[in-house]
Design a protein around this ligand. Structure first.
Ligand code: MCA
Ligand code: AMP
Length: 499
């Protein structure tokens, strides 16, 4: 099958064409005790696709539920771009995403209370009936988009300003999922388990659309818990996807949980991504289970770039080799001279090119242009070295103002702006500091408006969570008399350390 095939989900097409055939009875999606076969998914998503086919863009209230998966599949079948919304987004973040992406309607599970920022949009309920007639696939035409049709617009934070919408075409989704199938020997026989959120690339594209493209199935945990991982892996699931925080929690639990160790030992593939998995956690999991977690490296704008291959050597601390179709180079400080060394030492910025890349940042031509070199390489901002056999090791990030916490990318500038809107804050600077569980935790350094009664950490955390999102809240707050600044008045973040 060509990676550019407009048919993103052949198993779904087959089920729709032959509702009585064996393919239609295969399990596709399971969330808790609710599930859909391919036939049922086709019968549920097709009428919804027909209903939304004339929409410009569709917002999806992306709770970790069956409804979200159905809504995104329906949008893809209709060839209408979907904007997944974090249901925990605060008012200012949500307001920005809605005004920037200008959806014409919002899809949500029946009974969901939507916030005022979505009040002006037409609402369409996502109906997933317990009793589905698999022959009733409505009037929807089959999957009609072209390879370049925008499939998803995923909002991602930068160093400053509000999040930008990365426009991801169908071509990139198909390419990345097929490259991962090659690297991981991922087939329709695989059963994936995960508990990732469904408004980012990891949980939605890899975790939901991945199994559907293969004709396999996914069991979503609703929320991540080690007990759910143990249960599903001992009841037939073959693969686990997670962010390092999840593997860290698994590593912490393993010494007291032999059932979890046994379940992980049975898995075909344990995959970590979205941030670096510390070698210590790799080793603890390997020791307790005899299994090695493999890492893959990606980005919202590029989807997946590299991975340790299922048939390759799993090496802790590396993200493996470029995926099929992905060109990857390291560049020197100037951003254009390629580093030729494969010596495990010479550091350069990772730049990538290939059919896995996004099209543009929505409404942001300057930001899009700045993200690419003149000859079309995307600047990831990630710094890495290459081992002699081509394995890539990420050693850091160019921008210190980007924080990765719990696998979420968070821009320091966005939080600083939110903090400055609090009446008790005169000046604010935000940094990330190492955290065993989250990778990095958000630290706010503030000059209080009134030094006699500075705002508390809980007050500022609530303020940021209400405005932006709970995962962007500061976990630690330091009060200062003044922020350290250089002669130009610029805040010197490197001087922000506590003793
Ligand atoms: C706490 N909570 C609050 C507040 N304090 N809510 C409102 N206001 C407050 N002040 C709530 C939180 O919302 C959460 O609610 C609960 O308390 C616990 O919060 P927390 O400790 O922060 O988080 P956690 O639940 O322990 O989450 C850890 C996690 C999560 C599960 C690992 O960080 C996570 O799901 N990370 C995945 C990130 C991800 O998918 N990244 C992919 C993007 P509640 O319990 O109700 O939730 S990167 C990507 O896509 C690229 C392409 C790639 O390479 O993958
Ligand atoms: P996002 O913009 O949220 O999609 O996050 C993309 C960023 O996550 C990349 O630019 C990397 O910094 C980081 N990342 C993703 N996977 C890995 C990994 N396996 N190891 C280290 N960093 C990673």
């Amino acid at each position: 099958m060509s990676p550019l095939s407009p048919d993103l989900f052949p198993a779904l097409t087959e089920a729709q064409a032959d509702p009585d055939g064996p393919g239609a009875h295969r399990p596709a999606l399971r969330f808790g005790d609710r599930s859909l076969t391919y036939g049922e998914l086709a019968a549920t998503a097709s009428p919804l696709a027909a209903r939304v086919a004339e929409a410009g863009r569709i917002a999806v209230w992306a709770t970790p539920t069956l409804e979200t998966a159905v809504a995104v599949v329906a949008a893809l079948l209709a060839g209408v771009p979907a904007v997944p919304l974090n249901p925990k987004s605060g008012e200012s973040e949500l307001g920005h995403i809605v005004s920037d992406s200008a959806p014409t309607l919002v899809l949500a599970a029946p009974g969901t209370q939507l916030p005022p920022a979505l009040a002006a949009l037409e609402r369409v309920d996502i109906h997933v009936d317990a009793d589905i007639d698999v022959r009733d696939t409505g009037t929807a035409s089959p999957d009609t988009g072209t390879p370049e049709t925008p499939a998803l617009i995923v909002y991602t934070s930068g160093t400053t300003g509000p999040p930008k919408g990365a426009v991801i075409p169908r071509r990139a989704i198909a390419t990345t999922l097929d490259a991962l199938a090659d690297a991981w020997q991922w087939t329709g026989d695989d059963v994936l388990v995960h508990g990732l959120p469904l408004f980012h690339v990891h949980g939605l594209i890899l975790g939901i659309l991945g199994p559907l493209r293969r004709g396999g199935s996914v069991r979503h945990l609703g929320r991540f818990e080690t007990a759910g991982v143990a249960r599903e892996l001992s009841e037939g699931a073959t693969m686990l996807f997670g962010v390092p925080t999840m593997y860290h929690r698994i590593a912490e639990t393993l010494p007291d949980d032999p059932a979890l160790a046994k379940a992980l030992a049975r898995a075909r593939l344990l995959v970590s991504g979205s941030a670096a998995l510390p070698v210590h956690d790799h080793e603890r999991i390997a020791q307790a289970t005899g299994r090695r977690v493999i890492e893959r490296y990606g980005m919202t704008e590029t989807l997946m770039n590299t991975s340790v291959r299922a048939d390759g050597e799993p090496r802790a601390g590396t993200v493996g080799v470029p995926l099929p179709g992905v060109e990857l180079r390291l560049t020197e400080e100037d951003g254009t001279t390629a580093v030729e060394a494969y010596d495990g030492e010479t550091v350069g910025e990772i730049q990538v090119r290939g059919p896995n890349l996004f099209t543009e940042y929505l409404n942001r031509p300057e930001a899009t242009a700045a993200a690419f070199t003149e000859d079309g390489w995307f600047r990831t901002g990630d710094m890495a070295v290459r081992d002699p056999d081509g394995y890539v090791r990420i050693v850091g990030r160019k921008a210190t103002d980007l924080i990765k916490s719990g696998g979420y990318k968070i821009g320091a500038g966005e939080i600083e702006n939110a903090l400055l809107e609090h009446p008790g804050v005169r000046e604010a600077a935000v940094t990330g500091e190492p955290d065993a569980d989250l990778g990095e935790r958000i630290v706010a350094w503030i000059v209080p408006a009134d030094p006699q009664s500075p705002p508390t950490v809980d007050e500022l955390a609530d303020h940021v969570a209400r405005r932006l999102a709970p995962h962007k809240r500061p976990r630690v707050v330091h009060h200062l008399d003044a922020l350290p600044r250089n002669d130009m008045g610029k805040i010197m973040k490197r001087a922000l350390t506590h003793d």
